[in-house]
Design a protein around this ligand. Structure first.
Ligand SMILES: [Fe+2]
Ligand SMILES: [Fe+2]
Length: 365
């Protein structure tokens, strides 16, 4: 058989592939054959697939936050020499950062949950972006605590063997404080789904007002260079977080039901009790479960950290600072006819509300 004849045989056997159209498909005809997919049920579909903007200011804040301008690992840690402090001073500094960690180490998880919530609720694109930046920032703040504690007390704040009575008291108090911090996570997770955004954001704002106040005052006071720089940077981040909450609330607060307003009043009381744990002293009411020995030990440890130059304010100064921060929050929400709770601990008048620790509450820092 010649090459020609075998090629001819093969040609006889060829067929047309199914995709070889004899005419081009008509888009209009195809459209008639289309149908809508089944509806997506429930509001908790996490994929927004839309990028709308309601609050242009949030875009601006997010653009500024893309580069926070600092990173925990680039702080001047090499200027921190633990040998320059006594053993008790080291315990006391690590102690203060450990208490802070009860708030700051929950920050990334708390805001990550809120970040997911902005997706579930298909919030505007710049708000989702802003929360993304808050999670990152809070993680940086947690890392500062980690580095400070590890520099002062390796394996602290729990897994170290104290060598002095003050070291023992520090570990004792940290365990109790940590026990309390762990108790609010379940309530928080439920609260995120339960409450509308204005209630969540008022609580977020309270946390940001508190933290920016705390870090700004510590930056002014501390004489330890690496902590001065850390507090300065963290205070800047917190001021940005505060601005995010403020811009969202300006949009949300004018349209509240009376029920929402009453919930906000109670949530502010709850936030005050929780945040006083670091801004002032943990109130022995409702939420905080602490043994009597906690308080005198706490004062000795704070005094020790103060003499080491950490910049811990005196109780009286903290009270004044906390009061000022709370009054700032009061001035934000009162124009919207939201009653402010009485906070007799720091001489702030208002509505007497009881804080029920079993109620879901939104405590963030
Ligand atoms: Fe923070
Ligand atoms: Fe924050």
């Amino acid at each position: 058989m010649t090459a020609d004849s075998s090629a001819s045989d093969l040609v006889q056997k060829t067929t047309t592939p199914p995709t070889d159209w004899d005419e081009m498909p008509d888009p209009e005809k195809l459209l008639y054959q289309g149908s809508e997919p089944p509806p997506i049920v429930g509001m908790d579909n996490i994929f927004p697939l839309e990028w709308y903007t309601k609050t242009p200011k949030l875009e601006e804040i997010y653009e500024k936050s893309r580069d926070p301008g600092w990173s925990p690992h680039l702080l001047p840690w090499d200027t921190l020499n633990p040998e320059e402090f006594t053993q008790d001073q080291r315990y006391a500094i690590a102690y203060w950062f450990a208490l802070l960690s009860v708030f700051d180490a929950s920050g990334p998880a708390v805001f990550a949950r809120a970040f997911i919530h902005t997706y579930e609720k298909h919030e505007e694109s710049p708000l989702r972006k802003c929360f993304f930046s808050v999670v990152r920032d809070e993680h940086a703040h947690e890392e500062v605590c980690e580095r400070a504690i590890q520099s002062m007390v390796p394996n602290g704040p729990l897994n170290f063997e104290p060598e002095t009575p003050l070291g023992h008291l520090a570990r004792h108090n940290i365990k109790w404080f940590y026990y309390n911090g762990g108790r609010y996570w379940d309530g928080y997770k439920r609260a995120v789904d339960k409450y509308p955004l204005p209630i969540l954001f008022t609580s977020f704002l309270f946390g940001e007002v508190a933290s920016s106040t705390l870090f700004k005052s510590m930056e002014e006071r501390t004489s330890i260079p690496v902590f001065k720089e850390a507090f300065r940077r963290i205070a800047q981040d917190e001021a940005r977080h505060r601005a995010i909450c403020m811009f969202v609330l300006k949009r949300l607060l004018p349209n509240l039901s009376q029920e929402d307003k009453d919930t906000i009043t109670r949530q502010i009381r709850a936030g005050f009790i929780f945040l006083s744990g670091i801004l002032y002293e943990p109130p022995t009411e409702a939420f905080w479960e602490l043994p009597d020995v906690f308080f005198p030990s706490h004062r000795i440890l704070e005094e020790e950290a103060r003499t080491a130059g950490l910049g811990v304010l005196s109780l009286q100064e903290r009270r004044e600072n906390w009061r000022e921060a709370v009054l700032k929050l009061k001035s934000v929400i009162e124009p919207y006819d939201i009653r402010f709770p009485a906070l007799p601990e720091i001489d702030v008048d208002g509505e007497t509300v009881t804080f029920d620790a079993n109620e879901e509450f939104v405590a963030v820092f």
